[in-house]
Design a binder for this molecule. Structure first.
Ligand SMILES: NC(=O)c1ccc[n+]([C@@H]2O[C@H](COP(=O)([O-])OP(=O)(O)OC[C@H]3O[C@@H](n4cnc5c(N)ncnc54)[C@H](OP(=O)(O)O)[C@@H]3O)[C@@H](O)[C@H]2O)c1
Length: 297
């Protein structure tokens, strides 16, 4: 007998967003099937077909991705295999079975040279391999699966996996001084807020299939964000860090170039689905209070 709740299959089951989807309070309205890479490898079409045949979902949320931005520079084939070919495989399989696909993408499809927030219509021009691979994945999803939502998000953080927030909290217990890049602007976004936005889209009857931007409402430099994280961490436990020094990206060389101004205009998702941009303060408090032993370790 079929469960009456809408069935949602989530790929990339061990990742930040998959966990946020699984543990979000709105998950109760859906029947979730969360599959890790061992159970569903998006680079293998047969693996996807089998999963869709077995579970027959109404929706697929493709969170699976190669997300190691710096490593991708020397591992281009694998980044393209997962983010381009993998996305195409998922889209093909969804189209074949008339399944609605929510596919995650990134602000890194833009070059970061714009003076104002990027809209969904802004010209894409990725400046690193990760961004290129995600852009190719988007294009494949659009070409293959009509019933798609592509959600571009930025600077994902959460209580799960590895991310900037957890790294700064950890370092705040180890180092008296931190140096953080101050000339790259971003909109860090809590995975729980992305999960909430996705559930709202799934719950909307007359959804419009298209590409949408979603990120937090307060653009900050990584340095400003680190200062906020430290301030919040300090209210939960004593920390070692006394100073957070602003540095330039040129003094913190990384394998992959990153956009200087990575801010997404989120008007379209607000007008279409009534989804507002979240702040980050409450999310930081949630992370620090929820699992302090994980973030303070
Ligand atoms: N993290 C960010 O800051 C950020 C920013 C903008 C956009 N995004 C996008 O948002 C989405 C979710 O990101 P996230 O932060 O949740 O990423 P994440 O924590 O790195 O999770 C991605 C998951 O994908 C899995 N995966 C990798 N290759 C796979 C394959 N061939 N088949 C199936 N699963 C595979 C990984 O498995 P393993 O655990 O086995 O490695 C990992 O669990 C991604 O599309 C990402 O590109 C992320």
């Amino acid at each position: 007998m079929r469960n009456s709740l809408p069935k949602v299959l989530i790929t990339g089951g061990r990742g930040q967003l998959a966990n946020a989807l699984l543990y979000h309070p709105h998950a109760f309205a859906f029947y979730l099937i969360v599959m890790s890479r061992d159970e569903l490898d998006i680079t293998e079409p047969e693996s996807i077909k089998l999963a869709l045949e077995t579970h027959n979902p109404d929706f697929v949320i493709n969170t699976a991705a190669y997300t190691a931005v710096d490593k991708a520079e020397s591992d281009e084939d694998q980044a393209l295999l997962v983010n381009h070919i993998g996305a195409r495989n998922v889209a093909d399989a969804c189209a074949e079975r008339n399944i609605i696909l929510v596919h995650l993408s990134t602000d890194y499809v833009f070059d970061g040279a714009a003076p104002i927030p990027y809209t969904e219509e802004s010209a894409t021009a990725p400046i690193n391999i990760y961004g290129q691979s995600k852009l190719l994945g988007e294009q494949a999803v659009r070409e293959s699966c009509e019933k798609h939502i592509i959600l571009r998000v930025s600077g994902v953080f959460s209580e799960y996996g590895t991310n900037f927030v957890k790294s700064i909290v950890r370092q705040s217990h180890e180092k008296a001084e931190l140096s953080v890049v101050a000339d790259q602007i971003t909109c860090p976004t809590y995975a729980g807020d992305i999960a909430e936005a996705i559930y709202k889209i799934l719950a909307t009857e007359d959804r419009i299939y298209s590409t949408y931007h979603f990120c937090s409402k307060d653009p900050v430099s990584w340095h400003q964000f680190a200062v906020s994280i430290i301030a919040e961490a300090e209210t939960f436990a004593p920390i070692k860090t006394q100073k957070v020094l602003p540095i330039s990206a040129v003094d913190y060389p990384t394998a992959a170039k990153r956009p200087a101004y990575s801010v997404l205009n989120c008007d379209k998702i607000r007008f279409t689905y009534g989804i507002e941009q979240p702040g980050t303060q409450k999310a930081l408090q949630t992370i620090l209070s929820l699992i302090p032993e994980k973030t303070h370790a």
